[in-house]
Design a protein around this ligand. Sequence first.
Ligand SMILES: Cc1cc2ncn([C@H]3O[C@H](COP(=O)(O)O)[C@@H](O)[C@H]3O)c2cc1C
Ligand SMILES: O=C(O)c1cccnc1
Length: 348
Amino acid sequence: MSHDWLTAACAAIDEESMRVAREHQSQLTKPPGSLGMLETLAIRLAGMQRSATPAVAQVWISVFAGDHGIAAEGVSAFPQVVTGEMVRNFANGGAAISVLARALGARLEVVNLGTVNDPGELPGVRRAIVAAQTRNFCEGPAMDDGQLAAALRVGADSVDAAREAGAALFIGGEMGIANTTSAAALACALLDETPDRLAGAGTGLDDAGIRHKAEVIGRALARYPAGNDPLAWLARVGGFEIAALAGAYVAAAQRGLPVLVDGFITTAAALAAVRIQPACRDWMFFAHRSRERGHARLLEALQADPLLDLGLRLGEASGAASAVPLLRLACELHNRMATFAQAQVSNA
Ligand SMILES: Cc1cc2ncn([C@H]3O[C@H](COP(=O)(O)O)[C@@H](O)[C@H]3O)c2cc1C
Ligand SMILES: O=C(O)c1cccnc1
């Protein structure tokens, strides 16, 4: 399996639809710009959807799950078995994202890329096993090139399923104990940052735990020469679910499907996707600023202005799901507000 598809062109955003949407916003009964990001969201969606009346009806959420060999270094507050246990919880409808997806009327797909205590066949869970877990990346590359290619493809396959289901928005989420260590290592490598700046509490490490986590990341990064090749770093320190997310973000942009990026781990995957295929940045919305240390730095690197800051630090796509109502409201305002002429309100 090759990585060639990743550099194929992304779909173009329709500048004319954006111009028409911007002009329409200026006619609505409000001071220009007064709805802030609710205006720019609608304008960007109009360009992505090539439509004068943008809408976010069907939402597709893929939660990618994978286990991490780096968990053996004691970098998470929770045991590794939780990954597989949470896959079952997603399937049973009891996880935060299960509840949020139901409340939004969104389609929720759980993708198991490899869990140490594999819960097996479950309704709503797609099995796309790459391996039971990644290798402990202090001891060698987390995955080989074939595994990376497979994981990237798994994400693209989810985007194809989302499009076939008629989704207007793709949301990626993740589950994988120790994946904030993997995401922080990836972010350090791509941003030339030191681990103490990007390693955070994850599921709830104390200060000593965070120092240990940063030391583990530093040890792993020291194995390799300098350089920012995103595919090389995904293989060295990434996770199967992080690679799937990166593949999904690139594929969504190639197929013209807007994406809403969630928290720390997903933003690290988004950064990798943008380094692989820069044009995919245009198709991304950013849902929230996570409490996880390092997320603000990642958002800054992507010049992302997230919609929410709720102190969330869960992942699973919970922040992205929470922001969907704002996208829908932005479209409603754009499509249904009266213009100054219609309402006979005096314009400046
Ligand atoms: C019960 C439970 C549910 C979760 N859902 C998402 N995460 C989040 O926590 C993990 C990352 O944190 P760390 O790197 O510290 O392990 C990921 O699985 C992430 O999605 C969870 C974690 C737990 C414990
Ligand atoms: O921001 C996130 O995505 C996050 C933070 C902590 C733990 N899991 C996920």
